[in-house]
Design a binder for this molecule. Structure first.
Ligand SMILES: O=P(O)(O)O[C@H]1[C@H](OP(=O)(O)O)[C@@H](OP(=O)(O)O)[C@H](O)[C@@H](O)[C@H]1OP(=O)(O)O
Length: 435
């Protein structure tokens, strides 16, 4: 049971730095409870035969880049802010800068709990798939990205299961597979055109110097009584991160949160959504295409289960895969989820208030995509759950469609979406043709 902290009024706008419980608030009452009315087979003539879960690591420390900014902001306030407000005094005298650069995105204890608890809930939701018997029979497969925070998360997931099944001294086994879980690093076109490009995220840069961001900067400078020129967009974001990290890691509604009202938080949420949109989602076609390998791997697993089912016994009842927000978002995009009519741009903040692309809701820490295959009297059916809630596949009206229907719907991607081809560097092609 989690202690119920006082929740910052802006907690629903933390984007990829959101707590999982703020997307599923019933967990605040009981962290291992499951919503039975939402889960379960599509009809009594169906039973679950397999699930594949793609999960983001749990709550983590900030990255070094952001810790540096936080330290700069803290030093600036400590040395120059003259506001007599009690919460500014609190930042200057009582609150201590405890983030150090070496923390660099590592998993925190809360993040281990995120995965321990998720494991328990998934096992309770799908007891015939994630069971002790299946673990002992080697029917569960664990795959992770090589990053520290992901390896620690998958171990915590296993710890959650071992604890649930009273298994002591059991060996942790997992496979590290970056081609699958960090496909973006291996996609040359993505690295060149997006990651290393100066213009791919221009909407983010433009928004940083927008009128909306300028208003937030000035409001914060006034609240702290600092010269406007010293409060840059990067420092404003550092303050927002401080509020979100203190809440996610320590369950504290810290004095940093006093710097923002809901309108400011919406502006900063939009800034983060712009980054995710242009770096990992619909902004550039290569973002989604870079996940082709993971997409094919998923369908290969499901096809294998269909084959095994026809020929006797299913070999794998569940696959648990742990990666990053940048693993989940491209895959969700490839499936066509959360596509808004208009692209997200720096100019469109006020027109995009009702957008579906809101990362606070989609990819909090421990966000998860779960694909469940059911054997039904009328054939195999596929259910999709985002953060443990069923969601219809885009443009397929049945909530748990026949697996064949899903395969037909994504036929073009299943027949194509060739990682080698999509990710080949245009520069390399140019060089080759020159030879
Ligand atoms: O803004 P930061 O430095 O936290 O960005 C992180 C990514 O975090 P996110 O943008 O998703 O909040 C991190 O993704 P995660 O799912 O592993 O938390 C990503 O792996 C890391 O490379 C950072 O990205 P950057 O923008 O390249 O610094």
């Amino acid at each position: 049971q989690l202690a119920k902290p006082s929740v910052p009024a802006i907690a629903n706008y933390f984007g990829t730095k959101s707590r999982y419980e703020d997307v599923n608030p019933h967990l605040l009452d009981d962290i291992v409870s499951i919503n039975k009315s939402l889960l379960g087979p599509p009809s009594s003539n169906c039973h679950a035969v397999h699930l594949t879960a793609v999960i983001r690591h749990g709550t983590r420390y900030p990255t070094t880049k952001n810790i540096k900014r936080m330290i700069r902001l803290y030093d600036l306030i400590a040395s120059a802010a003259t506001s007599p407000q009690p919460w500014v005094r609190e930042i200057k005298t009582e609150w201590k800068m405890w983030y150090t650069e070496d923390m660099d995105g590592k998993l925190v204890e809360r993040g281990r709990d995120d995965h321990r608890h998720l494991a328990i809930r998934l096992s309770k939701s799908f007891p015939t798939l994630i069971s002790k018997e299946n673990l002992l029979n080697n029917n569960l497969k664990f795959i992770t990205s090589s990053k520290h925070r992901c390896i620690d998360s998958i171990q915590a997931f296993q710890e959650g299961l071992f604890g649930l099944w009273n298994m002591e001294d059991y060996d942790f086994k997992h496979t590290v597979d970056d081609t699958l879980m960090r496909f973006f690093d291996h996609c040359q076109r993505f690295v060149e055109d997006i990651e290393n490009s100066k213009t791919a995220l221009k909407e983010v840069s433009l928004f940083k110097s927008s009128a909306e961001m300028g208003i937030v900067q000035r409001k914060i400078a006034d609240k702290l009584q600092l010269p406007h020129s010293l409060v840059t967009a990067d420092l404003v974001e550092a303050a927002f991160f401080l509020c979100s990290y203190e809440f996610a890691i320590k369950s504290e509604n810290s004095p940093w949160c006093n710097l923002f009202d809901v309108q400011d938080a919406k502006v900063l949420e939009y800034k983060n959504d712009l980054k995710q949109y242009w770096k990992r989602s619909y902004g550039h076609d290569i973002n989604r295409k870079s996940s082709c390998t993971l997409f094919h791997d998923l369908f290969r697993r499901l096809d294998e289960v269909a084959y095994d089912l026809r020929n006797g016994q299913i070999k794998k009842t569940a696959t648990i895969q742990v990666g990053h927000a940048e693993t989940l978002l491209p895959l969700l995009t490839l499936f066509g989820f959360f596509r808004d009519n208009k692209p997200l741009t720096a100019e469109d903040f006020s027109q995009q208030q009702n957008r579906t692309f809101r990362t606070s809701q989609i990819v909090p820490y421990a966000a998860n995509l779960v694909f469940v295959l059911y054997d039904c009297s009328d054939g195999l059916r596929l259910q999709f759950l985002l953060n443990e809630k069923p969601m219809a596949f885009p443009d397929i009206s049945t909530p748990t469609p026949l697996y064949d229907t899903v395969r037909k719907h994504y036929k073009e991607l299943l027949d194509g979406c060739n990682f080698e081809k999509e990710c080949a560097s245009p520069k390399a092609n140019f060089k080759n043709s020159e030879l």
